[in-house]
Design a protein around this ligand. Structure first.
Ligand code: GLV
Ligand code: MN
Ligand code: MN
Length: 448
């Protein structure tokens, strides 16, 4: 990689960045990334896994983890990383790391990352913005001939969404040591295919160490996926932390029977039980007993799924979230107690639960938050601090390194996990520029 300064201005910048004896009045340069180049990458990546979304009449993205589409997306991202001069490695979870050497290459790197897997009904931004903004930040440094003190790493973690193998933030959770490689590889998708087999199949079982060497700091740029920044008319936010998340699968086993001839009192209707759980989750939220509880039953399936047959089995997922863990624990206990009562209302009904994911609230590092805020301010962007409602790879890496996130304003009430998800090119560029300046600042730090 050529790190030779390309102009006299850049040489001044470089001196400020790399010479410890440089005049303290020489501020590091304020970098602005190439917004058109970033936008073009976002749009190109979104063509991989594109589908016609009937509900919105828009083109959505379905690039779930370890599918052929994910493999194609990975190949494109790796190509872009290599074109930017990054040395690419892949770990045994398939997570991708592109490294740029620093002047002091033995120091722990500054890492910028996110994910490129999507839910089945995604837009172009969730996760992809963070990875592509990281690559764009590196290109900007290349263009300006700047070498940072610490190395930089751009990461794309596998299966952040958890929609295929049932556990979110999976790649980053293994990299940070919360989930074992064996447990992750054994997870199965809806067709019974294991994560390990699918990773081998797409050719992304890499040899880099399973456990990530703690970076000096980790920063993730991400679309907000909520309405706060839009309502407050600010392009960027600094994320103070992520709320606690609980996912479980609830299987309701009843008895199939004829819809016309089976008396009501003889039924064990799994569909009815599923409906009761859904209503109960909403009642827990509405009760106000559990603080700022969010509750969602996002997956509902009943079998045999015929109009004239009482369902013998129903499966639902329950997603509960709360900024305060004690409230989430209390809500989980309430739900468990409710599930215990269901067989009393319909004899013969059996309830089975399976934990899919459980994470505690994660506060982000205040120093990294401040660095993001300063970097955004230098670009003329005041920020709003806010907690994240969504889960992110950053919450896993926060266990091993000082971490924070920059949020980019979304449009249309901040809708996300939907093809209507949208951030303007200008806001994406603002987020990526804030990321670029943040990682440069962090890379100049001796310690933290
Ligand atoms: C991750 O996308 C989540 O569901 O929070
Ligand atoms: Mn995401
Ligand atoms: Mn997501």
């Amino acid at each position: 990689m050529d790190v030779t300064p390309t102009s006299s201005t850049d040489q001044t910048d470089l001196a400020a960045l790399t010479n410890p004896n440089a005049s303290p009045t020489l501020a590091p340069p304020v970098l602005t990334i190439d917004g058109d180049r970033l936008w073009s990458d976002l749009m190109e990546l979104a063509t991989i896994g594109a589908y016609d979304d009937e509900a919105t009449d828009l083109i959505g993205v379905n690039r779930q983890s370890l599918t052929d589409e994910d493999a194609a997306g990975r190949r494109l991202v790796i190509r872009w990383m290599e074109e930017a001069g990054l040395i690419v490695t892949v770990d045994p979870m398939g997570s991708i790391f592109g490294r740029r050497a620093g002047l002091r290459d033995d120091l722990a790197p500054v890492m910028a990352g996110s994910h490129i897997d999507t839910v089945g009904t995604a837009g172009a931004f969730d996760g992809c913005l963070g990875v592509l903004a990281g690559i764009e930040a590196v290109r900007t440094l290349n263009d300006r001939g700047i070498t940072t003190e610490r190395p930089l790493v751009v990461a794309a973690f596998t299966e952040e969404e958890g929609v295929r193998f049932g556990t979110d933030m999976l790649g980053s959770a293994v990299a940070a040591g919360r989930i074992s490689l064996e447990d992750a590889h054994a997870l199965t998708d809806a067709d019974g295919l294991t994560f390990g087999e699918e990773l081998e199949r797409i050719g992304f079982a890499g040899a880099a160490p399973v456990l990530l060497d703690p970076p000096h700091a980790y920063v993730e740029c991400h679309i907000e996926q909520g309405p706060v920044l839009l309502r407050e008319d600010v392009a960027l936010g600094v994320v103070t932390g992520v709320q606690a998340i609980s996912w479980q699968r609830v299987a309701l086993h009843g008895r199939a029977a004829h819809a016309g001839t089976t008396p009501t009192e003889l039924r064990a209707d799994a569909g009815l039980a599923a409906a009761q759980v859904i209503v109960h989750v909403r009642a827990m939220v509405d009760s106000g007993r559990y603080g700022r509880l969010r509750g969602t039953v996002g997956h509902i399936a009943a079998s045999p799924g015929l109009p004239s047959v009482v369902p013998d089995r129903a499966e639902i997922t329950v997603d509960l979230r709360n900024p305060e863990d004690h409230h989430l624990e209390a809500a989980e206990r309430d739900l468990a107690a409710f599930l215990d009562t269901l067989p009393d209302t319909q004899p013969g009904l059996r309830v089975e639960t399976q934990r899919m994911a459980r994470t505690r609230p994660v506060p982000f590092d205040e120093g990294v938050q401040d660095t993001i805020e300063k970097s955004a301010a230098d670009l003329g962007h005041p920020v709003r601090r806010l907690m994240s409602g969504a889960g992110h790879d950053a919450q896993e890496i926060a266990a091993i390194a000082p971490t924070a996130m920059v949020f980019v304003r979304g449009q249309y009430d901040g809708i996300s996990h939907n093809p209507r998800e949208y951030s303007t090119p200008e806001d994406c560029a603002a987020g990526a520029s804030a990321l670029a300046n943040t990682i440069v600042r962090l890379s100049q730090e001796e310690t933290r």
